[in-house]
Design a protein around this ligand. Structure first.
Ligand SMILES: [Zn+2]
Length: 147
C-alpha cells in the first residue's frame, strides 16, 4: 500500500501550491496547458531540443532543478530527452498514466506537481530510460563560464 500511496500522491501533498488563477498569471498559455493540464507540446517546437550547453533544466513552474545537461541525449523524437533525472525524491516524481488506452509512466515535478512528460524503457545506457519531456515545462539555466 505504501508504494501505491507514493505513486499517486494527491496534489495537496506538493510543497508548492498555487491556485489555477495564480498559475495562469505566471505561466505562458502553452506552459499552463502542459504543466497544469497534462498537455503535450507539438514535437520539434521547443528551442531546448537544440540546447547543448552545460547547465541545469529546471521546472518552468517553480524553478526546481530536474535534469542536468550531461544526461540529455538526441532521441530523434522532437522532444528534449534525458536518460536520468537529478537523483532524489525532491526533483522528479512519477505516476501511472492510463489515459488514451495506454499505460504509461507520467513524469512530474516533485515540488509543484507540474506535468513534464513521460518516461519510456527504450533509452540509451546507462539507465535504458528515455525521459521524454515537454520543453515548455523546462527552463534551461546554463553554467556560467569559468574565467
Ligand atoms: Zn515545479
Amino acid at each position: 500500500m505504501s508504494l501505491f500511496r507514493k505513486e499517486t500522491a494527491p496534489a495537496a501533498e506538493y510543497p508548492v501550491q498555487k491556485t489555477a488563477a495564480e498559475w495562469r498569471a505566471t505561466l505562458s498559455p502553452e506552459a499552463y496547458r502542459v504543466l497544469r493540464e497534462h498537455g503535450t507540446e507539438r514535437p520539434g517546437t521547443s528551442p531546448l531540443n537544440a540546447e547543448k550547453r552545460r547547465g541545469t533544466f529546471a521546472c518552468a513552474g517553480c524553478g526546481n532543478p530536474l535534469f542536468e545537461s550531461g544526461t540529455k541525449f538526441e532521441s530523434g523524437t522532437g522532444w528534449p530527452s534525458f536518460f536520468a533525472p537529478i537523483e532524489g525524491e525532491d526533483h522528479v516524481g512519477t505516476t501511472t498514466d492510463r489515459s488514451f488506452f495506454m499505460t504509461r509512466t507520467e513524469v512530474h515535478c516533485a515540488k509543484c506537481g507540474g506535468h513534464l512528460g513521460h518516461v519510456f524503457p527504450d533509452g540509451p545506457p546507462p539507465t535504458g530510460l528515455r525521459y521524454c519531456m515537454n520543453g515548455v515545462s523546462l527552463r534551461f539555466e546554463p553554467v556560467a563560464d569559468e574565467g
